[in-house]
Ligand binder design. Structure first.
Ligand code: ADP
Ligand code: MG
Length: 395
């Protein structure tokens, strides 16, 4: 894969596909981690005299212009972080975008409006996507793929534009790929994987593939209740995916055959409602009261999980262990994050919410070997799938 070091960019218009899909609340950015992560590539290109045109998506406006998904606040924050003006185009490939691209000075930066305001960006129809890709590609002379969080999507800005322009991987994608290789080739063992988050169905593919690769799989978060139920336990009103019970049972059996250790929580923080101020108590994992819902792994489980991480040499963690957004249910996630740090292993955190949890709980990001900016993308890579955005950069 070519990197930006292999490109001659001075005085040329470079389209950078970044991942700037930050969480917003009432129009304000609540976590600017992804903007920060995209800075090194943008700064390197500027320093070499490129005219940098950044494009990205925000949320799911589904091909329509929806002001609440405008990238305008991101343009402002990007400008602050770069310490430079960022020209914001009020459309994606229209007059405003063309003017912004044409008016750039060497070293200048422009940001286009949300790619997903255009139906062509995500279209399943190759011709419709291609027509949009033509217009996007026409804004620039070179393409740099740096939006790791989107490389698993066959979208115009990810897959079709690099096939129309000379291209290279930005620093973020290059770094992510290097890390993911360490999780799939010549892995240092023991290799432990901690999985949490809300839905089992999101993570089935990765569990499937990891059953042949990891030594231990620790399960927490909302998905744990499908596992507990599969073992025949009451889970009360906790998150449950009934339709995945058979699959989960098959995984538990396969793990036993393959000698992969599944580590499930022994206690659960069970609350009367999905609320920070709800009555809550620590209960045994096999005795969740029928009128309660599990919102975190319990303190004994936190200790158990940390102990099962302590001697690992490689750890991949995806998905919070509980509803960390509410303080009473954040302790399991804290224990696992601390367990990763204390293990001294090569530690990778994947997933937008997991990365946000690390920051929200006050951990030093540098204490982890790598925090991935792309949850879905890193999971699909670990599932063993071909990622369209990486494939396009490699060709
Ligand atoms: P990531 O973005 O790191 O891949 P996910 O998107 O899969 O993680 O899941 C994150 C969400 O899972 C968080 O918002 C968290 O509140 C939720 N979650 C974790 N544990 C539970 C639980 N026990 N019940 C309901 N939701 C949960
Ligand atoms: Mg998430």
């Amino acid at each position: 894969m070519r990197t930006i070091d292999d490109l001659d960019v001075a005085g040329r218009r470079v389209l950078v596909r970044a991942d700037l899909n930050v969480p917003l609340k009432d129009g304000a950015i609540t976590d600017d981690g992804r903007i920060r992560a995209s800075l090194p590539t943008i700064e390197a290109l500027r320093a070499r005299g490129a005219k940098v045109i950044v494009c990205a998506h925000l949320g799911r406006p589904k091909g329509e212009v929806k002001p609440e998904f405008s990238l305008a606040p991101v343009a402002a924050r990007l400008g602050e972080l770069l310490g430079a003006d960022v020209a914001f185009a009020s459309d994606v490939v229209g007059d405003s975008a063309r003017a912004a691209a044409e008016n750039l000075a060497d070293g200048g930066v422009a940001l286009l409006e949300n790619l997903r305001f255009e139906p062509g960006e995500t279209s399943k129809d190759d011709a419709e996507r291609g027509a949009f890709a033509d217009r996007l590609a026409a804004l620039a002379e070179i393409y740099v793929g740096d939006g790791f969080g989107a490389v698993h999507r066959r979208h115009a800005s990810v897959y079709d534009v690099p096939r129309r322009l000379p291209h290279a991987a930005g620093g973020l994608i290059a770094a992510e790929v290097e890390v993911l290789r360490k999780l799939t080739e010549d892995v240092a063992r023991p290799y432990a994987v901690a999985l949490g988050g809300s839905k089992v169905s999101d993570k089935l593919g990765v569990i499937d593939n990891l059953l042949g690769k990891a030594d231990r799989i620790l399960i927490g978060g909302g998905m744990v209740f499908t596992f507990l139920k599969a073992q025949g336990h009451e889970v009360g009103k906790s998150l449950l995916e009934e339709d995945q019970l058979d699959t989960v049972r098959a995984y538990l059996r396969r793990a036993e055959e393959a000698g992969v250790e599944f580590v499930l929580p022994v206690d659960i923080v069970a609350a009367t409602a999905f609320a920070a101020d709800a009555d809550h108590a620590v209960v045994a994992a096999d005795a969740i009261p029928a009128d309660r819902l599990g919102l975190d792994i319990g303190p004994e489980s936190g200790k158990l999980f940390a102990a099962r991480l302590a001697d690992a040499r490689t750890v991949f963690w995806n998905g919070p262990m509980g509803v960390f957004e509410m303080e009473p249910y954040s302790h399991g996630t804290r224990a696992v994050a601390q367990g990763l740090i204390d293990s001294g292993a090569f530690t990778v955190v994947g997933g937008g919410d997991s990365a946000a949890a690390v920051r929200q709980l006050g951990f030093d990001e540098a204490a982890f070997s790598h925090i991935s900016t792309g949850g879905g993308a890193s999971l699909e890579y670990l599932e063993g799938k071909t990622l369209p955005g990486l494939q396009a950069l490699e060709d």
